[in-house]
Design a protein around this ligand. Structure first.
Ligand code: GLN
Length: 233
């Protein structure tokens, strides 16, 4: 019998979790989807409805897809309110980890949306071509000093999926720098953020002078959890 290490998250032990009413396979290769990330899916679906007139022309990119939960929930039309039927959209889901992508592909098959999502192995935008109406991401955002305070269970998850660099903001800087090249005019970037990061991420987004933070959504604990960036004009 396989021995279970102390502090192994229950989701790894049973090999699955629920997100947006769908079942996802999870193991040590991927971050376990969190309930608050459902807010990001809801917001992305809503802004997808705002960003283009024809649903089947929408291009959506999910950066750092991990288990694939965001792209798959969007494609499956979960986490309403959906203002458009997204089943005809083109969704690219990318991750730097081939191991994570293997899990994500299996989850897409399991949830009946494999044909609709293109999985790409890429370090953020490095191997991504073209522009998107919606760029959505739950990037790693834990700051170095925060690792000392994380629960043992969280430390069993892939470090690469959590580690946002010295101040936790490395990925927001890199994503913001690529938005001019990869976000369509009139498109939106939606990202999950960590506790207390809103002001710093707003600064990063606004620095270029061509994007601004147009809104934020709070999670169940009243913490700003999702930010929305848009073109200034
Ligand atoms: N929400 C996760 C946590 O609290 C972090 C996920 C991330 O870094 N994107 O551990």
């Amino acid at each position: 019998m396989k021995t279970i290490e102390p502090y192994t998250p229950i989701q790894y032990v049973i090999g699955k979790t629920e997100f947006c009413g769908l079942e996802f396979k999870v193991d040590e290769r991927v971050l376990i989807p969190r309930p608050e990330t459902e807010l990001l899916v809801e917001a992305a679906a809503e802004f997808a409805g705002l960003s283009a007139s024809k649903a089947d022309e929408l291009d959506i990119l999910d950066l750092c897809t991990g288990s694939g939960n965001i792209a798959i929930a969007l494609m499956a039309g979960k986490c309403a309110p959906l203002t458009k039927n997204l089943s005809n959209c083109r969704i690219i889901a990318s991750d730097i980890s081939p191991d994570a992508l293997e899990v994500a592909r299996r989850n897409a098959v399991r949830n009946g949306v494999y044909g609709g999502i293109e999985f790409v192995c890429s370090d953020l935008f490095t191997d991504i071509k073209g522009r998107f109406d919606i760029i959505v991401s739950n990037p790693p955002y834990i700051a170095k000093h925060e690792f000392l305070t994380l629960q043992e269970e969280v430390l069993r998850e892939p470090r690469i999926a959590l580690d946002g660099g010295a101040d936790g903001l490395d990925f927001y800087r890199r994503i913001a720098a690529s938005l001019p090249k990869h976000l369509k005019r009139g498109g939106y970037a939606l990202m999950e953020i960590g506790y207390g990061q809103r002001a710093a991420v707003a600064d990063i987004i606004g620095k270029s002078g061509i994007f601004r933070l147009s809104g934020a959504r709070k999670d169940f604990n009243g913490i700003d959890r999702v930010i929305i960036a848009e073109w200034i004009n």
